[in-house]
Each structure stands twice: as C-alpha cells, then as structure tokens.
Design a protein around this ligand. Structure first.
Ligand code: HEM
Length: 430
C-alpha cells in the first residue's frame, strides 16, 4: 500500500475522519430507531443534535480550516516568507477545535440543550463547550488575518477571507441566544436560522469553493473572478430563505429572493471556471462534488423563481438538501482536495463517491416528491442499509491508517540508525 509518511497533518486529518465516522454511526443509530425502535434511555432529538454538531464542529469545520492553513503555508512559502507565530498557531487551533467538537458530542448525546447542575450552578454543558469552540474559531480567524496580511491574494484566499467573515458573522447569533435575557425583543428562531444559514451557505460552501480553487487553480489572479466574488457579499441578505414566509415582510422576502438568485448565479459562474480547470488538468474526481454544488445552486434558483420558498421549511426536503451540500459537496470535495495534496488516507475514493450517490438517492423516497403510496413498509430498513456504506468506508480508512501508523512505529523501534530508520520507512510504505 502506498502512503505518505505519517505527518502531523495526516494525524489531524485522521482525527477529523474519526469525528466523521462517529457522527455517521450516530446518524445510522437515528435511522435504526425507525426500524428497531428507540433504545431505552435515549432521546431521538438529542441523537440528531449529537450527529449534526459533531459533523459540523468535528468534521466539516476542522477539515476546511486544515485546507485553509495548508494554502496559507503554500502561499507564504511561494512568497519566501518565513513561518511566524501566527502561522504556526493555526495547526494547534485546529486540533483544539476537533477536541472541543469531540467533547461536546457526549454532552449533546445525553443532555441535548438541557441544563445540568455543575457545582451548584445549572448550565447547558453542550452549549458551553460549543461556545468555547467558537472562541477557538475566532482565534484561527485572527491568526489567519495576521499570517496572510502581506500576501498577494489569489482567488482561493479571497474566498477564504469571505468564508471566515461569514463564519464569524453567523456566530454572533449564538452569543445573541446565550445572552437572550438582555435582548428580550430579539426572536430566538430568527437567530438560530441566521447562524445555520451563514454556517452552511456562507462558511461551508464558500470555504469549499475556495479549497477547490486552491487545489485546481492555485495562485489564480482574482481580477477575472472579481464580479462573482463581490456578488457573494449578498449571502447574509439571502438568509431569510427557509423561514416561515408569513412572518416576513414583502420587502424582506423580495430582498432575500434576489440575494439568493444572485448568489446562486455567482456560484454557478465560479463552478463553471473550476470545471474548465478540471477538464484541463484531468482531475475527474472533482466532477461529482462540483456537479452536486451546481445542482444545489440550480435547486435554490428553481425554488426562488417558483416562489415556493415554504418548501424549504419541510424537514424531509431539508435533510436531502443538507446532505447534498454537506456530504455530497463538502465531504467529497474536501476529501478530493486533501487526497490530491497528500494521497493515501482515503482509499477507493471513486467507490466512496458512488456510495454517497446511493446515500443521496436513498433519501429521495423520504421526501414529499415521492408519492406516499410507493413507499412500502420495509423502506426504513432499505434506507438504513443504503446509508451505511460511506460510514463503513470511513471506518475502514481509519483502521488502515491506524495499521500504517503502528507499522511505522514498529519500523522505527526495530531500526538501529537514523539512516536505517529512513530507508525502512521508504521501502515499506513511505
Ligand atoms: C456519513 C453519513 C451520514 C449519515 C448516516 C447521516 C444521517 C443523518 C440522519 C439520520 C439525520 C436525521 C434525519 C431526520 O431528521 O430525518 C441527519 C441529519 C443531519 N445531518 Fe447527517 N448524516 C451523514 C452525514 C452528514 C454530514 C457529512 C453532515 C455535515 C457535515 C451532516 C449534517 C446533518 C445535519 C445538519 C442534519 C440536520 C440536523 C437537524 O435538523 O437537527 N450529516 N443525518
């Protein structure tokens, strides 16, 4: 088997992949409850929160932060700038972000957003740990600003600037929720929606497109893409999409629909440029994740043009849409990007893509598009079986990585001189 040598980056990737597998197993447990019932003592809503939080805090955000940090290092090396403390701090901050995501997992799983008495004070522990993760993200954003201050900005870096800005902007809603008693007139549903929208459509999506530019067209002068990059600034105005339209004024709705249409068109234009690069460089593994992002943009445009924005309210549609964006687009895209940089962590990537395609298709019968009369009683079992392969594939990749690490350690332990250590590593798997 061919592997890159075990580096601290590959350990970080493995830790994030561990979060993906653990969160995926929790998702499968949720699906299992539709077949075998809810195991005693567990709460279905808490299971869902534990799944979505670990995917967001332990997998999606750290893997994007890692791709950002590696691109910053690449640009600084190219500019001949020596590493500074700000650049060196990016890596430990990603590790801390993963640790906090993992720590929040059991708290969400067992207590959800509930209060627990700690030393006589009643606190929501999962919320406290998640808030600490936000502070860690702010630390990353500050060090990123410092590390990229004097660099010439390529398209990827500008997209990362925007994405981190949206991440911080969206997170302000969480503080609004935490200190709600000081702002009694602010609507908590609106704040939650603001955070989720900016997290998914501002942070995850834009950082992913940035990672695709970093992988496919690094150093690209942003001037040619400037109009689309500027248009992406409307994303915060797009955020009312998915809220109850009866609670929004006509002006807010019109503004949100126009902003969504503009952002979707800008996204499609950037994706088109990326797909041209994919064809030129023959990196075909990018086609599926980028194609799914284009499908997502077309879905949003269709929704806005039909005026049926209330559809975005239905949970079953939301689950399909979210997994299209976060499993199909983000997970596949970040895996392709990181494998391109350092291959070996995720074996069988084309097969993994096929498994994700089946996963997404399996969600279609659970949406209202599918006539209820076509859904037979055994379908929840079929859905469970069809959604399991990406999780099992991730678990297999982790076991393989652990075996490789074990083998590397054994090599080092049995070698007598540094030269021998090096040659053993190169022969056996480096
Ligand atoms: C790896 C395989 C995955 C499995 C088996 C899985 C499974 C599930 C299940 C069963 C649900 C609840 C569905 C419902 O309410 O009917 C769900 C919701 C969700 N999942 Fe996943 N999922 C996976 C991957 C992902 C990824 C990669 C992300 C994000 C990076 C993600 C984010 C979410 C979110 C945000 C929700 C909605 C939570 C809510 O509405 O409270 N999932 N997932």
């Amino acid at each position: 088997m061919s592997h890159a040598p075990v580096s601290s980056w590959s350990l970080i990737r493995a830790a994030a992949l561990f979060c993906f597998v653990l969160a995926g197993l929790t998702g499968l447990l949720f699906r299992y409850t539709m077949v075998g019932g809810l195991p005693q003592g567990l709460d279905l809503i808490n299971i869902r929160h534990a799944h979505s939080h670990l995917m967001a805090y332990g997998w999606a955000t750290p893997i994007l932060l890692m791709l950002i940090a590696r691109h910053v290092a690449f640009l600084r090396r190219q500019a001949g700038v020596a590493p500074t403390r700000a650049e060196l701090a990016l890596r430990p901050l990603i590790v801390l972000a993963i640790c906090l995501g993992l720590l929040a997992f059991p708290l969400f799983f067992f207590y959800g957003y509930g209060l627990v008495s700690v030393a006589g004070i009643r606190l929501p522990p999962a919320v406290v740990v998640s808030a600490a993760a936000l502070i860690c993200w702010y630390g990353f954003a500050l060090c990123y600003l410092q590390a990229t201050r004097r660099l010439a900005r390529d398209t990827a870096l500008i997209l990362f600037d925007l994405a981190l800005f949206f991440l911080v902007l969206g997170s302000l809603a969480v503080w609004g929720l935490a200190f709600r008693r000081f702002f009694p007139t602010v609507d908590p549903t609106g704040l939650t929606h603001w955070f989720l929208f900016l997290f998914e459509e501002g942070w995850c999506l834009i950082a992913l497109v940035g990672a695709a530019f970093a992988a496919l067209d690094p150093g690209r002068n942003p001037r040619g893409n400037a109009p689309f990059l500027i248009v992406l600034l409307v994303i915060p105005l797009a955020s009312p999409l998915g809220m109850d339209p009866t609670e929004l004024s006509g002006t807010t709705q019109a503004l949100s629909l126009s902003a969504n249409l503009l952002a979707a068109m800008a996204l499609l234009s950037l994706l088109f440029r990326l797909l041209l690069k994919v064809r030129q460089k023959r990196l075909l593994l990018w086609v599926f994740p980028l194609g799914l992002l284009a499908l997502k943009a077309l879905m949003v445009m269709g929704l806005c043009l039909s005026g049926k924005t209330e559809l975005a309210l239905f949970q079953p549609f939301r689950i399909l849409y979210l997994h299209l964006l976060l499993l199909g687009g983000l997970t596949l895209g970040t895996l392709v990007a990181s494998e391109q940089r350092a291959p070996g962590m995720m074996p069988g990537l084309p097969l993994f893509q096929a498994e994700v395609a089946v996963f997404l298709l399996a969600l279609v019968p659970l949406t209202p598009i599918w006539p209820g009369s076509w859904l037979w009683a055994g379908y929840p079992t079929v859905a469970l079986v069809l959604t399991a392969p990406p999780v099992l594939h991730g678990a297999f990749a982790l076991c393989r990585f652990a075996l490789h690490g074990f083998h590397t350690l054994r090599c080092l332990a049995t070698a007598t001189s540094p030269v021998q250590q090096f040659s053993k590593l190169r022969i056996r798997g480096g």
